[in-house]
Design a protein around this ligand. Structure first.
Ligand code: HEM
Length: 494
C-alpha cells in the first residue's frame, strides 16, 4: 500500500504558483488580446526578392506586435494558431519577429523537403538561438559530415544488446517509485510533476549509473542544474545577465560539465551498463570513439532530449487512458497477461495496444512541436525563395492535426494507426513525432521502452481516473507542451 500523502499547505502553495506566476497563458485578459491579434491585418513584409527569372515566389508575412512578434498567439494557441496560418496564408510564411525572424514551413510536403534535406540546404544551426548555449555540441546541433561521424559512434550505444541493459535498470527504478511514492485516492495528486521526478530518477540510474537512493546529495544537485539548463531556452531576457534565467542556465551548464568530466574520468575502463559508461567504450566500425569532451557534451544533450519528451508522452497517455476507460482496459489486459515479473524487451514488445496509445498521444500532443533549421545557401521551398541564413521551422505538431491527413483529428482514436486505416501512411511525412532523415531521433526505441515500462507498472497497480468528469487539461505551448495545472489524475489501487 502506498504510504505517500499530500500536505494541504504545500498543495495550496503549488496551485497558487501555477495559477499566479505571470505568463502569456494565465495573465487576465490575454484571451481577449489573443482574439484581437488573430483578427488584425498586419502590414505585409517580404523576406527577400527572388532572383529575376527564377520563377520563384517571395515569402510573405508580417512582423506582429513590436518586440514580441506573434509570441502571444504562438504560446497560447500552439498548433491551433499554426493551423489558422496554414489555412489562411498557405504553407510558407515569414514571421519577421524581432527576437527570432524565421519562416514557418507548414504541412507534410514542407516537412518532407526539410527533413529529407536532399541537397543539404538545411543545417541544424536553426536550433542555436533557442538552445545552443546550453546544449553546445549535442548531437542534434552538429551538421553533415561531423554529425555523421558522431552519430555512427553514438548509434552503438543504442543497439539492441545495449537496450537490454537499460530496460533492466529502468524497470528497477519504475517499480520502486510507482509502488511507493505515488499518492492514491486524492484528486490533488499531480501526475505531471510526479512523472518528471520519475523520469529524472530513471535518468540518474540509466544515464549516469547512480543506483536509486545512493549519492543522494550529488544526484539532487545535478538534477537541479539539469532542470535549470533545460528551462533556460525559454528565457525572456535572452542574454547572460545575473540573476536571470539565461545566466542561471549557463551557470548550471558549467556545473553539469564539471560533474560529467569527473564522472567520465571515473568510468573510463570500468564495466557498467549505464549510458555514460557505455559512451566511454563505444566505437564505430572503424574504431573511432568519443573524447572526454565529446561525452560531456553528448550526455548533457541526451539528458535533455530524453527527459521532457518522455515525461510529456507518459503524462498525455495517462490522461487519455483515464478519459477512455475502454482503452485503459485493453492496455491493462495486455499488461495482466505479462504479470509482475521483471520486464525485458521481448515482454514489452507484447504490449501492442500501448504502442498505439503512444502514437496517438504524441500525435495529439507532440512533445517536439517544431524542427528548427537554417539555410546554408540560397534555395527554394515549394516554389518560394529562401536566401542563405534564413531560419526555417517545420511543424510536426500542426501536421499531426490536419483534417486532410487525419480523420476527426482531435479525437483520441489509437486504432487509426492499425491496418487497414493506417492514417499515418497517408503521406510519408504525415507523422513525424521523432523527426526524419539524418537527424531522426536516435533514442526513439529507448524512449518507447521507457514509456511502456512506466505505463505497464502504472496500469498493473492503479486504475487511472479523471479528477472530475469531462476534465480537459490546457497546454502551455511555450516550449515542450506542459499541462498548465500539473494534470491531476486520481490513482485507485487495484
Ligand atoms: C517520446 C520521446 C521522444 C521524442 C518525441 C523525441 C523527439 C525527437 C525529435 C523530433 C528529434 C529530431 C529533432 C530535429 O530534427 O531537429 C529528436 C532527436 C534526438 N533525440 Fe529524441 N525524442 C524522444 C526521446 C529521446 C530519448 C529517450 C533520447 C535518448 C535516450 C533521445 C535522443 C535524441 C537525440 C540524441 C537526438 C538528435 C539526433 C541527431 O541529431 O542525430 N530522444 N528526438
Amino acid at each position: 500500500m502506498s504510504k505517500a500523502t499530500i500536505s494541504t499547505p504545500n498543495y495550496l502553495l503549488d496551485q497558487a504558483k501555477r495559477r499566479l506566476t505571470p505568463s502569456i497563458n494565465n495573465f487576465p485578459g490575454m484571451g481577449a488580446v489573443e482574439r484581437r491579434l488573430l483578427n488584425t491585418n498586419w502590414t505585409p513584409r517580404k523576406l527577400a526578392d527572388p532572383p529575376p527569372d527564377s520563377g520563384l515566389k517571395p515569402v510573405m508575412g508580417d512582423r506582429g506586435l513590436p518586440v514580441v512578434g506573434h509570441l502571444i498567439e504562438m504560446m497560447r494557441g500552439g498548433p491551433e494558431y499554426l493551423q489558422f496560418l496554414y489555412e489562411t496564408k498557405g504553407p510558407v510564411i515569414f514571421g519577421d519577429s524581432p527576437v527570432l525572424p524565421g519562416v514557418a514551413a507548414l504541412g507534410p510536403d514542407a516537412a518532407q523537403v526539410i527533413y529529407s534535406n536532399r541537397n543539404k540546404d538545411y543545417s541544424q544551426q536553426g536550433w542555436v538561438p533557442v538552445i545552443g548555449p546550453f546544449f553546445n555540441r549535442g548531437l542534434m546541433l552538429l551538421d553533415f559530415e561531423e554529425h555523421m561521424f558522431h552519430r555512427r559512434i553514438m548509434q552503438e550505444a543504442f543497439v539492441r544488446s545495449r537496450l537490454v541493459g537499460y530496460v533492466e535498470q529502468m524497470d528497477k527504478v519504475v517499480s520502486q517509485v510507482v509502488a511507493e511514492d505515488w499518492v492514491v485516492n486524492d484528486a490533488r495528486f499531480l501526475l505531471y510533476p510526479a512523472m518528471k521526478e520519475l523520469t529524472l530518477d530513471i535518468a540518474s540510474m540509466v544515464f549516469m549509473g547512480h543506483e536509486p537512493g545512493t549519492d543522494h546529495e550529488l544526484v539532487t544537485k545535478v538534477n537541479k542544474a539539469f532542470t535549470i539548463t533545460t528551462r533556460a531556452g525559454n528565457a525572456v531576457i535572452r542574454t547572460s545577465v545575473p540573476p536571470f534565467t539565461w545566466w542561471r542556465g549557463l551557470q548550471a551548464r558549467q556545473l553539469l560539465e564539471n560533474y560529467f568530466r569527473e564522472r567520465v574520468k571515473e568510468r573510463r575502463g570500468k564495466d557498467g551498463s549505464d549510458l555514460l559508461t557505455v559512451l566511454c567504450h563505444t566505437a564505430d566500425e572503424d574504431g573511432n570513439s568519443f573524447s572526454d569532451e565529446d561525452i560531456v557534451n553528448h550526455m548533457i544533450f541526451l539528458m535533455m532530449a530524453a527527459h521532457d519528451t518522455s515525461t510529456s508522452t507518459a503524462t498525455t497517455m495517462a490522461y487519455h487512458l483515464a478519459a477512455n476507460a475502454e482503452w485503459q482496459e485493453r492496455c491493462r489486459d495486455e499488461s495482466d497477461r505479462l504479470g509482475d515479473g521483471p520486464l525485458d524487451i521481448e515482454s514489452l514488445e507484447k504490449l501492442e495496444s500501448l504502442d498505439l496509445v503512444i502514437n496517438e498521444a504524441i500525435r495529439l500532443v507532440t512533445p517536439v512541436q517544431w524542427g528548427m533549421r537554417r539555410t546554408v545557401r540560397d534555395t527554394e521551398l515549394l516554389g518560394y525563395y529562401l536566401p542563405a541564413g534564413t531560419n526555417v521551422i517545420a511543424y510536426p505538431g500542426m501536421n499531426h492535426r490536419l483534417p486532410e491527413l487525419w480523420t476527426d483529428p482531435l479525437k483520441f482514436d489509437p486504432d487509426r494507426f492499425t491496418e487497414p486505416r493506417s492514417e499515418h501512411k497517408r503521406h510519408r511525412y504525415a507523422f513525424t513525432p521523432f523527426g526524419g532523415g539524418a537527424h531522426k531521433c536516435i533514442g526513439m526505441t529507448f524512449g518507447q521502452l521507457e514509456i511502456k515500462t512506466i505505463l505497464h507498472r502504472l496500469l498493473r497497480r492503479y486504475r487511472l481516473e479523471l479528477p472530475r468528469p469531462g476534465y480537459k487539461p490546457r497546454w502551455d505551448y511555450g516550449g515542450m507542451p506542459i499541462p498548465m495545472d500539473g494534470m491531476p489524475i486520481v490513482l485507485r489501487r487495484l
